[in-house]
Design a protein around this ligand. Structure first.
Ligand code: PXG
Length: 299
């Protein structure tokens, strides 16, 4: 047995964590093995961005957290204002100017059984650190993705609108993508329509129309997705939320993904097929630069 091998992915030791109301060194931020988040993936989370020291779209993220919590009958132990203050404390404690925030609320320690009624004291922790999801050159050249055989959770199973700590549906798709040599993977829903990627929402462009799956396709209501929809409206580029099939992926002129970590990233190959002329297209480029301008202006 060897459980003490060095781990190259260990967090840096000087990281400070907001943990149940206090700022503590990362080595002191510990969760019980009886927390139902560990035993069952029973918890909810958010992933946010910090630009120029300011948390981007904080209210939208906290609102989504509240909805996720309500959907799984987890009572948040903090008000929205307290949560916002805590996120800002975590950011300040780590002097993050441009970075990433992970906010997690666990079900809490409980009895060895599924019942949420036999748990107490959700743990809240906030990590403020750096993230670089995809290599920088992919924002210039575009990224290759696959569409996977892993079907997105049925909305009446674990609704994809819940940002829960149970991400195995997405992780299985991610594994299929990584095995195929790509960083991201598109998932179809139970009806065979395009849903979303493992950690990003998807958009296509065809004949000047931006197309994206509707929320009813069973997707996370991405904060970045909403920003792009707003930007398209401001730029007067037509956009339609519509059911999309594999065929739509293959005949698109352009494709791009959105996410808090990824921002807006062009996709130039799907399942080995070049999209459009195989280069990031003009609409994608316009939205990428508008997005960067928006975050520079402070959201
Ligand atoms: N769909 C899913 C399934 C997500 O998890 C998005 C879309 C984009 O949503 P926002 O609100 O960020 O625009 C997400 C969020 C990762 C990672 O490490 C990705 C997300 C969250 C946490 C981690 O890849 N994406």
């Amino acid at each position: 047995m060897n459980f003490d091998k060095p781990n190259p992915f260990d967090p840096r030791p000087d990281l400070k964590i907001w943990f149940n109301g206090k700022i503590v060194p990362v080595s002191e931020a510990k969760i019980s093995i009886f927390d139902h988040c560990i035993l069952y993936g029973d918890g909810v989370f958010e992933g946010l961005r910090v630009y120029e020291g300011k948390v981007f779209r904080l209210t939208q993220h906290l609102r989504r957290l509240e909805h996720s919590a309500r959907a799984v009958r987890l009572e948040l132990p903090m008000t929205r204002d307290e949560m916002a203050a805590a996120v800002n404390e975590a950011v300040a404690a780590n002097n993050v100017r441009d970075g990433y925030v992970r906010l997690v609320v666990t079900r809490g320690v409980g009895y060895l059984g599924l019942s949420h009624t036999r748990t107490a004291n959700p743990t809240v922790f906030i990590i403020a650190d750096q993230i670089e999801l995809y290599p920088k050159e992919l924002y210039e050249k575009g990224m290759a993705v696959i569409s996977t055989s892993v079907v997105r959770n049925h909305p009446n199973a674990v609704a994809p609108r819940i940002k829960s700590c149970n991400y195995l549906n997405n992780i299985l798709a991610k594994i299929e993508g990584l095995d195929a040599g790509v960083y991201e993977a598109i998932m179809y829903n139970h009806l065979g329509y395009v849903a979303e990627c493992t950690g990003d929402n998807i958009f296509l462009v065809r004949d000047g129309l931006i197309q994206t799956p509707p929320i009813t396709a069973g997707i996370l209501e991405g904060v970045t997705r909403d920003v792009v929809i707003e930007l398209a409206r401001e730029l007067k580029i037509p956009l339609r939320e519509m059911d999309l099939t594999r065929h739509d992926l293959y005949v698109a002129d352009e494709c791009f993904l959105t996410g808090s970590a990824a921002e807006v990233i062009p996709v130039t190959k799907i399942d080995g097929r070049p999209i459009g002329d195989g280069m990031p297209g003009p609409t994608t480029r316009k939205l990428m630069s508008s997005f960067r301008e928006l975050v520079r202006r402070g959201g």
